[in-house]
Design a protein around this ligand. Structure first.
Ligand SMILES: CC(C)(COP(=O)(O)OP(=O)(O)OC[C@H]1O[C@@H](n2cnc3c(N)ncnc32)[C@H](O)[C@@H]1OP(=O)(O)O)[C@@H](O)C(=O)NCCC(=O)NCCS
Length: 184
């Protein structure tokens, strides 16, 4: 297995996997496809025998959540004060490959890339399932020192207003989010 930089040829696969497993709906497909030229977008993938088995992608120079959260956005903007901020976008490892430290390694590598790009902050939005499990909790720790954290229940409640659905709850999403700002 090897780790490589995400290229334009990977975006369609990332878009389709994200739509199936992270957030259902056309919006996520459009958003990821929109990054085709890789301007302000980068990531790392794990590859086994030519197959992408995991990825962690990021958006550069923008504070973005899965769906609009203007108050949280303006709070983060105040804290980052115009300094370069990288937002974690999609993180996924195929089920057969989970539990082997792949996501942790993707996070370490994406964080190194964010530093090379002169990022000063890294924003993460980790999904909290309705029963309280936060799959990325132990992974986002690799995105830098946590200087702010907020746990927001029902963070995805309005997903359907934006043409999306939760892969766990459907239209009526009860998942929360752990929003963290990391210093790079
Ligand atoms: C979350 C995900 C990327 C983890 O990938 P992975 O390669 O198995 O993660 P790692 O092996 O690096 O695990 C790192 C740590 O996180 C923990 N962890 C991994 N998946 C977890 C889960 N679903 N629930 C709780 N903890 C989890 C591991 O137990 C491990 O802890 P340890 O260091 O104490 O052993 C993968 O389960 C996935 O793609 N899930 C579906 C999509 C998703 O939830 N993405 C995150 C959205 S914010």
């Amino acid at each position: 297995m090897e780790f490589c930089t995400v290229g334009p040829e990977d975006l369609e696969t990332i878009a389709i996997i994200s739509e199936q497993h992270l957030t259902h709906g056309k919006k996520i497909l459009e958003e990821i496809r929109h990054h085709r030229n890789l301007k302000d977008y980068f990531g790392v993938k794990a590859v086994e025998k030519g197959e992408m088995i995991g990825f962690y992608t990021c958006i550069e120079n923008d504070i973005v959540f899965t769906l609009p959260h203007p108050e949280m956005k303006s709070l983060i903007e105040k804290m980052t004060a115009g300094e370069k901020t990288i937002t974690g976008d999609t993180l996924y490892v195929k089920p057969a490959w989970r539990g082997k430290g792949i996501a942790s390694e993707l996070a370490r590598r994406v964080t190194a890339m964010a530093r090379e790009r002169d990022g000063k902050y890294f924003l993460t939005e980790a999904w909290i399932h309705p029963e309280g499990v936060t799959p990325a909790k132990k992974i986002v720790v690799f995105n830098g020192e946590v200087i702010f954290e907020k746990i927001i229940p029902f963070f995805y409640r309005d997903l359907s207003k934006y043409g999306m659905e939760c892969p766990i709850c459907g239209k009526d999403c009860r998942c929360g989010a752990q929003v963290q700002l990391h210093r790079l």
